[in-house]
Design a protein around this ligand. Structure first.
Ligand code: HEM
Length: 226
C-alpha cells in the first residue's frame, strides 16, 4: 500500500495525476461548452434551460459531478505542488538556461495561468453552481422550467464579470494549449503518425472552446442573445 502511495507522490506519479485529471476536465469542458452554447438558439434561454434541467435531474450526471469535483481538486492540488517543487528545485536560474529557446512562455507559466483560472472558477461557481444547487433560482421560463438563463443574463450584465470571463478564457486557451499535448505525452501516447494529428486537435480544441466560452458573456452583455 505504501508503494502505491509512493507511486503517486513521486514526480512522475504527480504528472500522471495531472494528465489523467486534465484529460477528464478537457472532456467536461467540451460537454459544458456544448450545453452552454444552447443560449445561441436565442429563444429566451428555453433550450438552454431544458439542457440544464436534464443535467440537474439525471442521477448519472449528478454522480459524475462528484467525480468532477474530486478530479478538479486533485488537479489544482497537484498543480500547485508541482509548481512549487519545480521552483524550489531550481532556486538559482541556470547560467546557460534559456527558457525561450527550450519552451513556450505559457508552458513555463502553467501555475500562473491555472491560478487565474482558479480565481475565475471561484466567482463562476458562486454565480451559477451555488445558485442552481443551493440558494435556488427564483424565476421560471416560458415552459415553467427553472430559469438558469435569467441568472446568466443578470450575471453578464455586469461589465466586470464580462471582463473577468474574457481574461480567464485567454488564460484557459494558453493553459489548454500546453495541457492537451502534455497530458498525452505524460501518458506515453507517442506515435509518429498520430501525435501530430493529436497536436492539431489540441490546438483547435483550445482555441475554439475558449472563443466560444468568451463569446457567451460578450453576446449577452451586448444584447445579441436574449
Ligand atoms: C462563458 C462561459 C461559461 C458559462 C456561461 C458557464 C455556465 C455555467 C452554468 C450555468 C453552471 C451551472 C450549471 C448547473 O448547475 O446546472 C456552471 C457550472 C460549472 N462550470 Fe461553468 N460556464 C462557463 C465556463 C466555465 C469554464 C471555463 C469552466 C472551467 C474552467 C467552468 C466550470 C464549471 C464547473 C466546474 C461547474 C460546476 C459543475 C456543473 O454544474 O456542471 N465553466 N457553468
Amino acid at each position: 500500500m505504501a508503494s502505491f502511495g509512493n507511486a503517486f507522490s513521486s514526480s512522475i506519479g504527480k504528472k500522471l495525476i495531472m494528465g489523467i485529471t486534465g484529460l477528464f476536465l478537457i472532456l467536461f469542458l467540451l460537454v459544458h461548452c456544448f450545453l452552454n452554447s444552447l443560449i445561441f438558439f436565442n429563444d429566451g434561454g428555453v433550450t438552454f434551460n431544458t439542457g440544464a434541467h436534464f443535467m440537474a435531474n439525471n442521477w448519472i450526471i449528478r454522480a459524475g459531478e462528484i467525480v468532477l469535483f474530486i478530479g478538479l481538486l486533485a488537479h489544482i492540488y497537484q498543480g500547485f505542488r508541482l509548481t512549487f517543487e519545480n521552483q524550489a528545485a531550481r532556486p538559482v536560474k541556470y547560467a546557460a538556461y534559456n527558457g525561450k529557446a527550450n519552451s513556450k512562455w505559457y508552458s513555463r507559466s502553467m501555475g500562473l495561468l491555472g491560478t487565474l483560472i482558479l480565481i475565475f472558477l471561484i466567482v463562476h461557481l458562486a454565480n451559477f453552481w451555488v445558485v442552481s444547487r443551493f440558494t435556488g433560482i427564483p424565476t421560471e421560463d416560458a415552459l415553467g422550467q427553472e430559469d438558469l438563463f435569467a441568472v446568466m443574463r443578470q450575471s453578464f450584465h455586469n461589465i466586470w464579470i464580462v471582463i473577468l470571463y474574457v481574461l480567464a478564457m485567454v488564460s484557459l486557451a494558453y493553459h489548454l494549449l500546453h495541457g492537451f499535448a502534455s497530458a498525452f505525452q505524460t501518458l506515453g501516447w507517442n506515435h509518429k503518425k498520430y501525435t501530430p494529428i493529436l497536436k492539431g486537435i489540441g490546438f483547435w480544441y483550445s482555441i475554439l472552446i475558449s472563443l466560444l466560452f468568451a463569446a457567451m458573456p460578450i453576446a449577452v452583455y451586448a444584447g445579441l442573445v436574449n
